[in-house]
Design a protein around this ligand. Sequence first.
Ligand SMILES: [Zn+2]
Length: 669
Amino acid sequence: MTAEMETKARHEATKAERRMARLYPKEDIAAARDWIRGALYAGVKSEISHLSMSEWAEKKRSLPPGLSPIPGPWRWSNAPYLKEIADCLSSTSPVQQVFVMKGAQVGFTVGILENWIGYTIDEDPGPMMFVSADADVAEESVELRVDRMIESAGLMPKIFSQSKQGNGKKTGDTKKKKEFPGGFLLAVGPNSGGKLRSFSIQKLLEDEMDAFPQQIGGADGTTKRAAEGDPHTILRRRLDAYEMTSKNLGGSTPLVEQTSRIKKLFDAGDQRRYFVPCKHCGAMQPLEWRDKATGAYRMIYDKDEAGNLIWSSVRYECAVCGKPWKNEDKAWFLPRGEWRPTAVASQPNYRSYHLPALLSPVWARSWESICQEWIAATEDQGRLRAFINTVLGEPFQESGEAPRYEKIMLRREDWSAEAVRFDEAGHLMEMVPAVIPDTAKVITIGADVQKDRIECEVVAWGEGKESWSIGYHVLPGETADISSPAWRQFAEILSMPHGGLPISLALIDSHYQTPTVYSFSEGYELGVMPCMGESHTIRSAKVFKIQDVAGYLCRRADIYTDVLKIEIYQAIAKSVPDSGMVPVGYCHFPGDRPESYFRMLVAEERVSERTRTGQTRYVWKKPEGRRNEALDCRVYALAALYIVASEVAPVDEHGAVSWADFWQYMNTI
Ligand SMILES: [Zn+2]
């Protein structure tokens, strides 16, 4: 068959399918489809495509050395769980919608995304649209990945302009568009669904769906178009002409629970999980970080005295017999696994798959490195979020609910805060220190400047970000005047030891009385810095940025208060379990701390808001008239700890601090 005949036959088949489908009542539509595939494709289609996608990949696909940890011919045994997903995309499969909620390093891009494009060009041609986070990302993927796949699978001769006018190679082979006999591949951004009304496509491939905008069009200032709605829904309209044979594959690492698109699409499907056998008792089970029912950790590890992971201790405990599995056992149990639906899909021929990085093959991501990432994540909000998204393949649940202040008050302890007394000019008259355990190693201060007073909290920090609120001081005086008693008192607090330790860093909010705060900070070479809070949500692990201040000698810390407030709310909600083991981030409060303090500490709530463009965003709100200086002070004190730690310990490319290294260092000095 020539390419032209193929296309024609294919077109006829599609038309016939649609005619036949209309003969059946709606509820029998799946039966109609099966009948059509059986009867019609037995004759026509079998000549068009002989191979399933998994067969095609093993026959044609080869991974070039140097670009893959497993160079050579493609083998599904490299990542056995991908085979079933691949075959949903075979021309003979009745499955039409496949959504994969996934972690990183599970082989999805190479094994599913690239293979589907190759299979489409070579074996099952049709018009295809490839959509990624934005048009640039989609085009870059074509340049970096698809071109190499085309090259290594020997598909180059098939890529050329299919129109008589554009006979040259050039027009049919760009990073936006690949033309091939019987079809084309278009690489676009998620906004293109509305613009490309004239295009009918049979195959829709959507990658990184959680990075798509919530809505496209509308009054966002960049376009005059009316709001058009959800980009995924709009893109799917391009499939209408191929109602019976269309295929839609979507994949993404989920981001935030409340807004995750892939999570919604996963929930609407049959929610397949990969069940693998226990080598001891044979029980089939999906790999889980924690047991869903009991909350017990399935992945177990031990740490040495310095708090480092003992590599050889990492093991997975069978949910049934409790015996350990090791990372290298993946080579045995992954090929013996199977996908099992755990729900009924909301539509026929709709499948959804959950692909956590715990399944990552032996040659890719190990359980040991995952445990190491977890240990770092337990101390760092940004890293925790990344861990849940990219390792567990689950959306992060942002809880903005304020903990109840009564509950936190109940945990006040049997020690007293430091007490200070000043004369009228602001000179220190008396200081009674707080007595805190010697596991506290670092002192930071967060200060909030109001018109008639400075409020500040003195916090002691120990390993695991365990903290002691050793003083909360309200220093009265006109703050516009640098020589006022308020600043005099604050200077005294900065110069005295707290809990026997000097201050490592004090951050002073400079939103208000900015020039005065800068002038005051200039007087200190080290240990004092103005700060400005920024409230927008960020996706990296970085919580601050330090920059020069024009006209002053001091530098200013811009801090991302959103992330820090979430961390603080999670930390203060923690209580000490019966075992007596203090949880990471636990906050100690003195017995003489008044109720008004705790009310201020939990004054804000994190609430969701719809923006004008229809996006959901989260903002911190405090009820009218409620004071929140205690929360602000704690935010600055915590930001100060991050800054101190990042000066001492290594910081990775995402801006995340290695807390283990920091505490190890602090314990040695
Ligand atoms: Zn077992």
